[in-house]
Ligand binder design. Sequence first.
Ligand SMILES: O=C(O)CCC(=O)C(=O)O
Length: 601
Amino acid sequence: MAEEEAPANQNNEVDSRPILDKMPPIWSTSRQEVCESLDWFRSYHSGVYSSNNIVKGYLLGGFPSIRDIFAHDGRIIISHGGGGHESLHSKDGRLVPQAATDQLDKDKSVRALLNNHSQNRPVVLLVDDRFKLFPYNLTAKGCAYAVLGFFCITNVWAEYHPLPNASGGAVRYKFCFQWCQSQGDPWWLKSTTKASGSSGETMTSPPATVNVAGAENSFRKRNSGTLVKCEQCKIQTPQVYQQGWMCLSAKCEAFWKMTDGSCPPLQLDYAPSFLELAPPDGFPQSLPPICPATPQESGSDEITTSFAFTKGWHCTRCGRLSSRYVWAFWECANCHVRDTFMGKALFALTVFLSTKYRQQVEVVTRKNSGIIKSHSATYDVQGCRGEYVKYILPYSRGVIHLIRGNVRANREADAIFEQYQREAGTAEKLVFRRFPLRAVSRGPLLTNYFSQNSGEPYQYVGGTDNTVPFSDTAEAVNNALELIRTRAEAALNRRPDFNEILSAAYMEQQKMAFHSDSERGLGPVVASLSLGSAAHMHFRPHVKLEEGRENALSLVLRHGDVVVMEGAEVQECYEHTVIPFNFRIAATARWIGGDNASTFR
Ligand SMILES: O=C(O)CCC(=O)C(=O)O
């Protein structure tokens, strides 16, 4: 089955399958590595990844459903997928169980799979280490996911599956995938040395969508076995099972009934003629590349912070897919081969002009949020005047100060932005990396952005692994800290104490998700400097307040702005997220005391 409904294997069963004698040509240890590196599969939750109504990738995981098979050494794989499974859904921050429902031919994944079938478009199949039908133990090789290769869907049909839901069962679509032989033999077969992969040629592109109104007629493909016309609906469907023919058209009254009107037995065997391999001439003879191209190959204007540069890469030496987890280069997380591509430092003005921030509403407070905006006031730092505004939170929960930069006051910010880029590029003192944010069931999940911490360890991102003492801190970071102190002092009328500063770097489309700075021992003032592209910063009430999950306050942070969150309750009562419009660097300073404070600064 497609991975979506895979129950976690929590019984730590011993995997007695044989161990592969070589690494898969494309593999990874986490879903994030797959989704960030492989254009054919970018879905974190569903087992079916489609784009423009065409399935690109299909992930086989967990325990097979009844009658799912891996036949002809995996040249034929029958699987059911496409949603409608019993699952847990997130609603208002809570997980709510949802019962299994019928799959319909208009459901997003089923419709896209039907489209691939009718257009004969190849799908990349992947397996995870829990997929019981794959004959090898992937875990022993350190693989959680492996790419099998290109397959075409040679048959699609609907069945009725008994399920423990209110109606006792549900309609499920089955898909018969056949290996595209133009790739050579499957890589997991011991007798061959040929790797699965691309022919390097580009496939001529059929139209992206077709009318799937006639999806019920999807049985007309090759390898249909014996076709039988239903007396009731007049639709021809193949005899899939040896025990006899039954109508496989889900909308027919005779659906899933044998010709004598009885229900088929639970135990069914595939008819041998149905499982015969379809002749190779019916398959695409040239296939598109399966391995991701590096951004260098796709050309560049030296802007190395664009979305293409956030992608992971495929190590041609060991086959591992790795997320881009270091700012300054790509590195294979397995064999540590590196690929470096230096870009040029961007000027703050260039980044600023490349974003459409002017069209954004500057600040929005939700009507019933209880937040009061004070009149703006001016600050004066070393002869440079700027403006600041206070947002006073209800029930004395604290104050959010927005200290605006401006062209004159920003000279230092401009220089710090360029200095950050230079120092991050050399990766000597300033090594921006993406750190595991929290443990998830399928390998580590790295933060969406790059960071380095200085001073006290910051447990939320990387702890001591991500922390350098102030004595080793890059110039850009020291200068950012000084600028934050000076601006915050101007707005607060006192000089705040900071012993920790987290520098975060965002490439295009990267962001920091909703969180609160709930570090143990956190001091009451958290202040951050924005550099480069503008960003949205949204605040929403914490789920425990039961004030709804809508944003209470939305700010547009621009280059040179400093935001100060003042008061411990700001973090207890609100979560915040930062969504940059493009390449941006931020430095956030805090005081971390109590148990978390260490002696090194
Ligand atoms: O301004 C930023 O980019 C994010 C700051 C932030 O939310 C944090 O470091 O916790």
